[in-house]
Design a protein around this ligand. Structure first.
Ligand code: G6P
Ligand code: ZN
Length: 624
């Protein structure tokens, strides 16, 4: 359980009192800047765009105006501030402090060194505490897995009181405000706060009439203690202590490094050599901090896999199947378990020895083993699960078998939040709750964001569960996944990404698909019997809101699908995603390479969409 923070009461009154000194707010004239519409998860643009004042200023002021208009009292409680450490992170923090103070914010928590992962922010906002000190929301400075650096991307998103990303009603209002903004407020003389050292800086008005408290807090403490309350750390520690167990965790030079050290090394006793790229860098080491088979190539290779997720050496794989080898032993080069996080640490990739776990399978397998995690067993077991529409149906099968409430939402974690909060919003209680997306996001109702560390600890819990008997043969990730397929069947799955394509071409392709829904529905096309072609619309069962245009689906009569979406997280041009899925329950056919099992559907999707014609692209930039 989390101890509330200790604070003595401070009352502040930020009015136009004379002698405010560092707290004297100035109203600075500005003009609307086009294109400040937050996407799937905040506003992401080239770093240089953000660095050109007043780009950031306008967006932050527009957010404060939206908060005030929708009834958030920013003078009470605490604003949380931090980011994934990408280039401009710390300058942005100082700018936001000045704007926040001028907008009446009296208390701010800043993550040490400016670092806070997305899941840690959600955990800190949700921490219990009296209203005057509890966080009312957070600015999270991140463009997630987009590359960072002066010539790459920066981003900002606002998370609300429930710890989740702002819902569309609020982001639409923020956007509307950016289109009409005429001034922003800023305490120009607010001092630069040293965010490298833990502790409190109190900035007082010259005449003592007001004050703003900025506390630099541990980036990791709250999140780590929450995770300790969820998982059986002793069981995981015992797994890690097995001399025949080795693992490697890649923080991809993003914000996860300090969390990885705190959890794996300090709490679970793993050797520091298990951690790769655990020092946050403002350009993520020049890499693309996205944990997938393409971008996490060093980790993927060290796990004995190629960029398609196939074993590098299938022969060797067969020979040394069975148990992992001790640290340093000959032939121990391939660890038993591997995982990675993205820039802001909400995503995860799970790898076994020479084995890739597709994210859609990962969430299904975690849900099927929820009882191996004390958080769920202590609450009488898992009750609800959800996946985004393009995520494979593997989770549906688990829900059906275990009798769980099941939901299919649009892409974007925020849609899960309402389901988790249903009871609080006057609806049914679906918690405890697990959800996941094909885009390497997995999590539960412990927070309102996906949680890269949670997913890894969930898998380590499952491994610990199967390997409690240390004298028995080691049960690998691959064994667990294959058992799962035997029980439930296998949802072959793949995603093709076409990044940075021309926006007009992408839109034309989507329109072309829309124009053929009626023709294809119920027809046999190229030997495939199409049951329905349509565009996904979500009716939120909790607040009855409707989200239209959430992806084009071509659904086959046998349950196979091809889905098309335009990404909502890019910063330049358009990214087309084509998702391909085929279900197989025949025990003799569970062992194919996904590329082979899906080849026919891929060809069908490319043909029906005329993707190459509209985009001039012959092949995808990334396959996951
Ligand atoms: C972010 C969100 C995820 C979502 C993903 C989709 O990572 O947090 O919830 O799945 O974006 O990205 P896309 O580029 O496909 O819109
Ligand atoms: Zn992320």
């Amino acid at each position: 359980t989390l101890a509330p923070r200790e604070y003595k009461d401070e009352t502040c009154d930020l009015t136009d009192a004379p002698g405010l000194g560092p707290l004297k707010p100035s109203a600075i004239a500005t003009e609307p800047i086009a294109g400040q519409k937050p996407g799937t998860s905040g506003l992401r643009k080239p770093t240089k765009t953000f660095m050109a004042a007043p780009y950031l200023h306008n967006f932050v002021q527009a957010t404060f105006d939206a908060l005030k208009a929708t009834g958030t009292d920013v003078t009470r409680g605490t604003l949380l501030l931090g980011g994934d450490g990408r280039y401009f992170n710390n300058d942005a923090i100082q700018i936001i402090l000045k704007i926040a103070a001028a907008n009446g914010v009296t208390r701010v928590w800043v993550g040490q060194d400016g670092l806070l992962s997305t899941p840690a922010c959600s955990a800190i906002i949700r921490e219990k505490g009296p209203l005057w000190q509890k966080a009312f929301g957070a600015f999270i400075l991140t463009a997630s897995h987009n590359p960072g650096g002066p010539n790459e991307d920066f981003g900002i998103k606002y998370n609300c009181e429930n710890g989740g990303p702002a819902l569309e009603a609020l982001t639409n209002l923020i956007y509307k405000n950016t289109t009409a903004i005429g001034k922003y407020a800023m305490c120009e003389a607010f001092p630069t706060v040293d965010i490298t050292k833990l502790g409190v800086t109190k900035v007082a008005a010259a005449d003592g009439s007001a004050s703003v408290t900025v506390e630099v807090i541990s980036s990791t403490d709250v999140h780590v203690s929450l995770l300790k309350s969820i998982f059986d750390f002793e069981a995981i520690k015992a797994l890690i202590a097995r001399p025949d167990f080795t693992f490697v965790y890649d923080s991809m030079s993003g914000v996860q490094g300090p969390y990885a050290k705190a959890v794996f090394v300090d709490e679970l006793g793993a050797p520091a050599t298990s951690l790769l790229n655990a020092t946050p860098k403002d350009d993520f080491g020049g890499g693309h901090a996205d944990p997938n088979l393409t971008y996490a190539h060093d980790l993927v290779a060290s796990m004995g896999l190629n960029s398609k997720g196939a074993p590098l050496d299938p022969e060797g794989n067969k020979k040394d199947a069975g148990c992992c080898l001790p640290h340093g032993a000959a032939g121990a080069a391939v660890p038993c378990f591997g995982a990675a996080a993205d820039g802001d640490a909400d995503r995860n990739m799970i790898l076994g020895r020479r084995f890739f776990v597709t994210p859609s399978d990962s969430v299904a397998i975690i849900a099927a083993h929820a009882d191996a995690i004390p958080y769920f067993s202590a609450q009488g077991g898992l009750r609800g699960v959800a996946r985004s529409m393009p995520t494979s149906g593997a989770l549906d099968l688990v829900a059906k078998k275990l009798g769980l409430k099941f939901f299919e939402t649009p892409t974007g974690w925020k849609f899960f939040g309402n389901l988790m909060d249903s009871k609080a919003l006057g609806g049914e209680d679906f918690a405890p709750f697990i959800c996941g997306e094909e885009s390497f996001g997995t999590g539960s109702d412990h927070i309102r964001e996906k949680d890269g560390m949670w997913a890894v600890l969930a898998w380590l819990s499952i491994l610990a569960h199967y390997n409690a008997d240390h004298s028995a043969q080691f049960v690998h990730v691959e064994d667990i996944v294959r058992r799962h397929w035997k029980t439930y069947g296998r949802n072959y799955y793949s995603r093709y990404d076409y990044e940075g394509v021309d926006l007009d071409g992408a839109n034309q392709m989507m329109d072309h698909l829309r124009a053929h829904f009626a023709e294809w529905s119920g027809a046999t096309v190229d030997g495939f019997s199409v049951a329905l072609a349509d565009e996904f619309t979500y009716h939120d069962p909790v607040d009855a809101s409707v989200s239209a245009n959430q992806g084009i689906r071509i659904l086959m009569a046998d349950g196979s699908r091809v889905v098309f979406r335009l990404s909502g997280t890019g910063s330049v041009g358009a990214t087309i995603r084509m998702y391909i899925e085929k279900y197989e329950s025949d025990a003799a056919k569970l062992d194919q390479a996904p590329a082979d099992a899906l080849a026919g559907l891929v060809a069908l999707g490319l043909k029906l969409s005329k993707l190459t014609e509209f985009t001039k692209r012959e092949s995808p930039t990334v396959i996951t």
